[in-house]
Structures are given as structure tokens and as C-alpha cells.
Design a protein around this ligand. Structure first.
Ligand code: SAH
Length: 349
């Protein structure tokens, strides 16, 4: 809830301050009878110093701090943390109501990417996905999305450069909070919109709604099948949203935003990884400004798919390249154990 839209939002409802813009914080401090420059300090303490309680803000008077003791900042606590040999760190974060979400910090020499969740659980029930098998609990609020990025940034003691909405949940079902979080991460945390990717399984009309926000984020579409029948087998919601309709909405997104589309395609041995699937995929993407990311399946306990051999993956890649499709293979990082989306949570909660 933006601070400017309601008369005394934080003081009365005690909604968290994390996620508020400088303008909103300014309105809020002024409501408390404080000068506007206090908002700048507050903004810095929240977004740069990562303060967890207003009582820690030593530049505020003791009296004011005490009167604000009931106002939450909105930070999570780290419930579990596991470090993989390649230095990827997976976190389970505990929210104010006790719910648990996953976030992942993925470092390279030049980048620190955070894989964020947009929901607790997920209602889409994709057949290969651990989160989908666990059902849906609730949407994440704006501050709960922003918090994941700040937490990883603090833990790595390094600035986050990239964000991918590829953790738990379907971001386009929680579009309002996801867009609000993207704006906050961009304007208040300082991460370029072009370094933010929103990944979706495809929800009718929502790609269009996202395009209308005119953000410069990358849209990634989890296609996973080269035709309607294959998609329906893997993604229950595809029954209500046909392949060609989804592609049309993606085409429109590219047109409105001028951004290239990312296509995510999980490779499941013997299911969607045959050369004819590659040919069909290439046909369906012809003339499209896109890049295909192939994701070899990470086995989960609840499904009995298999990851294709390296040879089969190579053949698939070559088949796409021969048809002039830009393609890369993305092995999930750090993922010798509890690899795929939702698996860590499934094994620890
Ligand atoms: N709901 C969104 C974002 C969450 S999933 C979406 O579907 O795009 C993020 C990515 O992880 C998706 O491309 C998804 O297909 C992939 N994924 C989920 N389970 C996986 C598994 N077991 N192995 C490999 N990738 C998986």
C-alpha cells in the first residue's frame, strides 16, 4: 500500500516501511511532525544499511525512535542457508507470519544474481516442478520480494547486479506486487531494469498487462513444449491458453517494449528433447526476436522424468542453431542437491 494514498498508513496500520519510495517516506515523516530530511536518512538506513528495526537508527532522537517501536521495517530472518561447492547460496527465509520462501544468490566474477520468489508455493502445478507439487499458500507482498534481494546483498557483502523471478511462484499471478517490487528494486535499491528478468509460464492477458507498464525488464516465457499437446502434458494451465495465443501475446510484448524475448525450455529425456521437437520449436519461433535457454531437467522426488544425456542436449542445441535460433544451455547452478525450484523448501519445512 503506497504511503501517499492513505492518510496515516504506517502509523495507524503498522504496515512495513520496506518498499516505500523516498516521496512516500517523506510524506510519512512529515505526518510525524518531522522535517523532510529525516526521510532521506530513513531511506538510506532501510535500503543501504539494511536496518531491521527503527530503534537502531541512531541519527533519530531517542524519543522519536521509542514512539516508533511498533512500526515494522518488514525484513525476514534467515531460517536456513546452504552453500554449494560453486558458491551459490540457497536461503530459506522466514516471513512475519511464519511462512517460508526460497531465494538463491548466484555469484560469478562480474555478477551477483538473485533468484527471487513471488509467491509462497505456486498454484500452476507444473508436472516437473517441486514448488508446483507443494501447492499454493499466498502471494508475496512488495516488501517481501525486495527483502530477498537485500538479504542476499547483505549476506554476500556485495552489490546485487541481476534479478530473476525464477524462484517459487508465478509472478504474473501477483503482477501488482511484482511490478511494484521491480520499481522499488530499480529506483530505491539501484538495480537496472534491463538486469531484471520476469519468468512466466504464461497467463492469459497478463503479458499484455505487464507490457503496458512499459518496464525495460526481460520477459522469459517457460515454453517447455514445442506444441500445444506437449505443453498441456507438462503444464496444466496450458489447457486454457493455447500455444498460438501465448505466442501472439509474446509477439505483442516484444513490439510494445522493444525487448527481446527469452524462451525457457526444460529438457526432459524422451518427452520433449527429440530432434523433431527442436525443429518444431524453431518453426514456431521463426521471425521472433528471442533467445532460447535450454534447462536440462533437475530430478525431483515427486516426478519420474529424466535428464537427457549430454549428447542428446548437444543434438538439440545444434538442431536449433542450424535453424538460426539463438540458444544456450543453462545448467542450474549450485545444484548438486536440492537443485530445482522449490526443492530446498520441500526438504526443510
Ligand atoms: N512460474 C514461473 C517462474 C518459476 S519457475 C515460470 O514458470 O517461469 C522458474 C524456472 O525453473 C522455470 O523455467 C521452470 O520451468 C524451471 N524449473 C522448475 N522445476 C524444474 C526442474 N525440476 N528442473 C529444471 N528446471 C525447473
Amino acid at each position: 500500500m503506497p504511503v501517499v494514498e492513505s492518510p496515516k498508513p504506517h502509523a495507524s496500520s503498522s504496515s512495513p516501511l520496506l518498499g516505500a519510495t523516498l516521496a512516500e517516506l517523506t510524506a510519512w515523516v512529515q505526518q510525524q511532525g518531522q522535517p523532510a530530511y529525516r526521510a532521506k536518512q530513513l531511506h538510506q538506513w532501510i535500503y543501504e544499511k539494511g536496518v531491521r528495526s527503527l530503534s537502531e537508527i541512531s541519527v533519530f532522537s531517542k524519543q522519536w525512535r521509542e514512539s516508533l517501536a511498533h512500526v515494522p521495517i518488514g525484513r525476514s530472518t534467515i531460517h536456513h542457508r546452504s552453500v554449494a561447492p560453486d558458491e551459490t547460496v540457497k536461503y530459506l527465509l522466514k516471513l512475519a507470519d511464519g511462512q517460508i520462501v526460497e531465494a538463491v544468490g548466484i555469484p560469478t566474477e562480474k555478477r551477483l544474481t538473485v533468484c527471487v520468489s513471488s509467491q509462497v508455493g505456486c498454484p500452476m502445478a507444473c508436472d516437473f516442478c517441486a514448488t508446483g507439487k507443494g501447492g499454493f499458500q499466498r502471494h508475496l507482498a512488495k516488501h517481501e520480494i525486495v527483502d530477498q534481494v537485500l538479504t542476499v546483498q547483505e549476506d554476500f557483502k556485495r552489490r546485487v547486479s541481476h534479478i530473476v523471478f525464477m524462484g517459487m511462484g508465478e509472478p504474473l499471478l501477483n503482477l501488482e506486487n511484482v511490478v511494484a517490487a521491480v520499481k522499488c528494486l530499480n529506483e530505491d535499491v539501484g538495480i537496472g531494469q534491463r538486469n531484471i528478468t520476469i519468468s512466466t509460464v504464461g497467463i492469459r492477458d497478463r503479458i499484455h498487462l505487464l507490457a503496458e507498464h512499459h518496464l525495460q525488464v526481460t520477459l522469459a516465457v517457460s515454453l517447455h513444449g514445442s506444441n500445444q499437446k506437449l505443453r498441456e502434458k507438462l503444464i496444466p494451465s496450458a489447457r486454457n491458453y493455447r500455444f498460438d495465443e501465448l505466442m501472439e501475446e509474446c509477439r505483442e510484448y516484444v513490439k510494445i517494449t522493444g525487448r527481446r524475448l527469452s524462451v525457457e525450455y526444460i529438457l526432459l529425456a524422451g518427452v520433449n528433447d527429440l530432434p523433431e521437437h527442436a525443429a518444431e520449436l524453431a518453426d514456431n519461433l521463426r521471425g521472433f526476436q528471442c533467445h532460447v535457454n535450454l534447462i536440462p531437467y533437475n530430478p525431483i522426488a515427486e516426478a519420474d522424468y529424466e535428464r537427457p544425456s549430454d549428447y542428446r542436449i548437444k543434438v538439440f542445441v545444434e538442431a536449433l542453431k542450424a535453424r538460426h535460433i539463438a540458444v544456450s544451455v543453462r545448467y542450474s547452478r549450485g545444484l548438486d542437491a536440492d537443485a530445482a525450484c522449490g526443492q530446498l523448501r520441500a526438504s526443510r519445512v
